[in-house]
Design a protein around this ligand. Structure first.
Ligand code: MOS
Length: 730
């Protein structure tokens, strides 16, 4: 098979769905209109733990327009079949309206269904719930952790004792919420025993399987549709209780039902990045060669499910050292279950490790980049596997040059502009990009256009555009003549749209399907006496702009259109698949080096980020313009994690006190300075057809540490907590 010319891949194209989005024609879940749709509003538990003593629905039911109030006293029993898939963590998932228990503040205790949204909202305010309240446990520093997940190599205790330089550092990381612009929402419609839902999700297949399990429906009785997502960052990686509530409400009322979470409900109706307590002990020799690390890591989970994230990887593979011990414990609290959030596991771990590396560099009087270079591993020391590619050193070199690292005075508080203290910092990052099984279908029509389908999602990275690029090149068509469709559980199966996996996984399936279609066409041509390509070796035929030709003689060729017309074929079609990385043994990570310049008001402790640079080893870049929006978005997310984002719980009753975008701070334009992203040229051919690694997560990993290290360089103050607040710096 001759390699196809790459015309679309690598080009800085604008989003193919951009016009739909900016003109309001892209339809999000809550915007799906159905005739006769009823509106549902959830009544949230107003205690943090306990039992429902009684629910008085009389006033609500009398309110004009209210159709029904559903709660544990009148809801049908739901099967809740076991479902180990769908990203459900170990445990017993929350079963909506199945008993009188309250497990966390904000848990759905009833739903009011009405003919209008206003009637449902007012009806919900009229439902009187009485509780037997108990004291909830929501403070990670005061609760009993679960059993540790351990990891060890060498003898970390002995290694630490024998180290010439030792650090013992404790970090506290705040809980963060994703806060996508689009709220989570579900529209549910039953047609007899068949259920269709329009749902905000990052994984239509996972939501499909969960709904089928909860209602005990056969797979073909459920369809999940989700063509557009207004941001996710991980919040859509599982099916949350409100989706079940909407489907249940539609079944009980025999009407289609729309349920949209309020902004407030987004803080307990969906998951979050858990709060962490992280103690790191680090030992090195006087030249900065690491000898030992001991990680004691605790984070929140709910009382009913044990949430895991990949927080151990960074400490195992980032730097070379013989002795590592880790203990990772989940602390069950009376909260809802956390979920992955951008750079899951790696973003929290890298804040700790990269901040500690900066402390070690200071302690030793070594440049932080030089310290990292001295500990660069030759292989993944946790598995003894070679790295597929690891070009972190080049990231340092390029970053230092482009950022002007030589401007940095290593002595803190040495650069001032009036009352502002100026500091520079950097941090490394890695992310274990996913490669998951997936499928795609490609169809080339007689008019020379093509449609490619896969059940994946586009939460914002530009999947529509980037998959169209790879499909167009594999088919030899222009961008305009290829349509990529996604977000429907009836399309070919894909794994979750998360973990920076989509291009490697879905992209490989798309290329496979398109290659098969192209080869079908080539075979038709070279075996056809009437084709100008008759007798040409199939391996010598390439397709460009919809025209097949001999790569050695471009005059010799014909279009898909004439070929299909002559053969009286309405279309050619093929299914493609990607099985995952296979048996090849390599450690496959994307890398980043992030640089930050900050100013800190010497009197007020106010931190302003002035300039950020990210340098990425992320394999082949399919779409440079979309990559830039990923990098900018990831760095903005990292600025939030570093300086602003903090979900605050009132431990007296388990209430989240800043459940609004006015009180939960995210970066606004004024907080976002000049951001630049650079991608190392090249590709990583470990187990995917495209040479990509994945970019969406690694762009956030290390950002908070780079900012924290810059704050130290500016002020001489080490703040071992996130977010780094003005009051902590006073
Ligand atoms: Mo990302 S946390 O995998 O949506």
């Amino acid at each position: 098979m001759s390699p196809q010319p790459q015309a679309a891949v690598g080009a800085p194209l604008s989003r193919v769905d951009g016009v739909l989005k900016v003109t309001g024609r892209a339809e999000y879940a809550a915007e799906h209109d159905l005739k006769g749709v009823a509106h549902a509003v959830i009544v949230d538990a107003s205690i943090g733990r306990g039992r429902i003593r009684s629910i008085d629905t009389r006033a609500a039911e009398k309110h004009a327009g209210v159709l029904r109030v559903i709660h544990h006293g009148n809801a049908p029993k739901l099967p809740y079949r076991d479902n180990a898939g769908s990203n459900n963590p170990a445990g017993r998932r929350l079963r909506v309206f199945q008993d009188d228990k309250v497990l966390f503040h904000g848990q759905p205790v009833a739903v009011v269904v009405a003919t209008t949204l206003e009637a449902a909202q007012h009806g919900a305010s009229l439902v009187k719930v009485r509780y037997d309240a108990e004291q909830p446990s929501t403070d990670i520093t005061k609760a009993k952790p679960g059993e540790p997940t351990p990891y060890a190599r060498g003898d970390a205790e002995a290694g630490l004792r024998s180290s010439a330089v030792r650090l013992d550092l404790k970090y506290e990381l705040a809980r963060n919420h994703h806060n996508p612009m689009e709220p989570h929402a579900t529209v549910a419609r039953w047609d007899g025993n068949k259920l269709t839902v329009w749902d905000k999700t990052q994984w239509v297949m996972g939501t499909h399987d969960e709904i089928a399990a909860v209602f005990d429906l056969p797979a073909d009785a459920v369809r999940v549709i989700n063509p557009f997502v207004g941001g996710g960052f991980g919040s859509g990686l599982r099916c949350w209780p409100h989706t079940i509530v909407a489907a249940l409400a539609a079944r009980v009322t025999r009407r289609p039902v729309k349920l949209v979470l309020s902004r407030k409900q987004m803080y307990f109706g969906t998951g979050f990045r858990p709060a962490y307590e992280y103690r790191l002990r680090l030992g090195s020799d006087r030249r900065g060669r690491l000898n030992a690390a001991i990680h004691d890591i605790d984070h929140e989970t709910s009382s009913y499910e044990t949430f895991f994230e990949a927080v151990l990887g960074t400490g195992q593979m980032m730097y070379s050292m013989p002795n590592v011990r880790q203990a990772y414990r989940q602390v069950p609290l009376d909260v809802n279950t956390p979920i992955w959030m951008r750079g899951p596991g790696f973003a929290p771990a890298s804040f700790v490790i990269e901040s500690a590396m900066d402390e070690l560099a200071t302690e030793l009087g070594i440049d932080p980049i030089e310290l990292r270079r001295r500990n660069e591993p030759a292989e993944d020391e946790s598995t003894n596997e070679p790295f597929s590619t690891r070009r972190l050193s080049e990231c340092y070199t390029v970053g230092a040059r482009e950022f002007g690292w030589d401007r940095r005075n290593p002595k803190p508080r040495s650069t001032r502009e009036g009352n502002l203290l100026i500091g520079l910092g950097m941090a490394a990052g890695a992310y274990d990009c996913g490669r998951y099984p997936g499928q795609a279908r490609a169809r080339l029509d007689a008019d020379g256009t093509a449609v490619v389908e896969a059940a994946t999602t586009d939460m914002g990275p530009g999947t529509y555009t980037s998959q169209t690029q790879v499909a167009a090149d594999a088919l030899g068509l222009t961008m305009r003549t290829v349509t990529f469709r996604l977000g429907d559980s009836e399309y070919p199966f894909t794994s979750p749209h998360g973990g920076s996996s989509t291009m490697a996984s879905v992209g490989s399936a798309v290329v496979d399907a398109c290659n098969k279609v192209r080869q079908q066409a080539i075979k038709l041509a070279v075996e056809d006496r009437e084709s100008p390509l008759y007798g040409v070796n199939a391996d010598d035929v390439v397709v460009r702009n919809g025209r097949l030709h001999d790569r050695n003689n471009t005059v010799r060729g014909e279009t898909y259109k004439s070929l299909l017309a002559r053969h009286d074929r309405s279309h050619l079609e093929a299914n493609g698949s990607y099985e995952g990385p296979g048996s090849e043994r390599s450690a496959y990570f994307a890398y980043s080096a992030t640089f930050a310049e900050v100013s800190v008001d010497a009197d007020l402790g106010l931190v302003r980020v002035r300039k950020m640079l990210g340098v990425y080893d992320a394999g082949r870049i399919i779409s440079p313009k979309l990559a830039d929006s990923q990098a900018i978005g990831g760095i903005v997310g990292g600025i939030g994690q570093a300086l602003l984002e903090h979900t605050v719980t009132d431990h007296r009753d388990g209430r989240i006190v800043n459940s609004s975008l006015a009180d939960y701070l995210v970066p606004v334009n004024a907080d976002v300075p000049e951001i630049k992203a650079i991608y190392l040229d090249g590709e990583d051919n470990a187990g995917n057809l495209l040479g990509v690694k994945g970019l969406g997560e690694v762009v956030q990993v290390g950002v908070a540490a780079a900012i924290g290290n810059a704050v130290y360089n500016a002020t001489g103050r080490r703040i071992r907590q996130l977010p780094i607040t003005a009051e902590a710096l006073l």
